[in-house]
Design a protein around this ligand. Structure first.
Ligand code: SF4
Ligand code: SF4
Length: 214
């Protein structure tokens, strides 16, 4: 019998303790965390206070080194394609055009002084597919591909999730391709001409009659 009443007593004490903790947090939650709300540097260290945010007026700040939406500082991109090859889900699409010798100055250098050798008419990132793993940013030799603190973005149209960072318009890219094709054709013609001349010279240099091997 005494065990029976002892169990009832233990149950009542346990419930009272639990309710005490619940009520304590209930009344603490009437007040907001910190004086400055989310701007308070100690905001996330405070146990007590209202946790619900008035979204979208209030949003949780993203951590300083968090991995969120990608951005390519295209002026520093050298078109090496390492990010494209490294991405495990192929969400980066890139097209490059070799820079013609007389366009090198126009194409310019990266901020660390590296000559850029490719135009990049297409550098698209499908952020709807991107899982922000960060592999592409890790392999980028110029550190132009970076994660931004932007974590909150939505679109009604799926196509708006493809971010374009290319540095040439469609028409400019066509003009550069034509120019490069002309240069390459000219160089090829020169090469063939030189080869033909060399062949002719070597034949002319051979003495007199052709050798009869039979
Ligand atoms: S963060 Fe990961 S998934 Fe996103 S583009 Fe880079 S490699 Fe691909
Ligand atoms: S790895 Fe970096 S430099 Fe190379 S193509 Fe990608 S973004 Fe550009």
């Amino acid at each position: 019998m005494s065990e029976y009443f002892g169990n009832i007593k233990t149950g009542a004490v346990t419930i009272a303790a639990g309710m005490g903790i619940t009520l304590k947090h209930f009344f603490n939650a009437i007040h907001r965390k910190g004086d400055a709300g989310l701007d308070d540097v100690d905001y996330f260290r405070q146990v007590d206070g209202l946790c619900t945010l008035q979204y979208p007026r209030e949003v949780i700040p993203t951590p300083k080194h968090g991995r969120y939406r990608l951005y390519n500082k295209i002026e520093d991109c050298i078109g090496c394609g390492q990010c494209v090859r490294a991405c495990p889900i192929s969400c980066i699409t890139m097209e490059t055009i070799k820079v013609a010798p007389d366009d090198m100055a126009l194409c310019g250098k990266t901020s660390d002084g590296q000559q850029k050798k490719f135009w990049i008419p297409v550098f698209d990132i499908d952020v709807a597919k991107c899982m922000t793993c960060g592999i592409c940013t890790t392999v980028c030799p110029t550190e132009c591909l970076v994660h931004t603190p932007v974590s909150d973005f939505s679109e009604f149209d799926r196509s708006n999730f493809i971010y374009h960072f290319g540095n040439l318009s469609h028409l400019e890219a066509e003009a550069k391709r034509r120019k490069l094709a002309e240069i390459q054709a000219k160089a090829q013609a020169e090469k063939e001409k030189k080869a033909a001349e060399a062949l002719k010279a070597s034949k002319g240099g051979e003495s007199g009659e052709p050798i009869n091997v039979l």
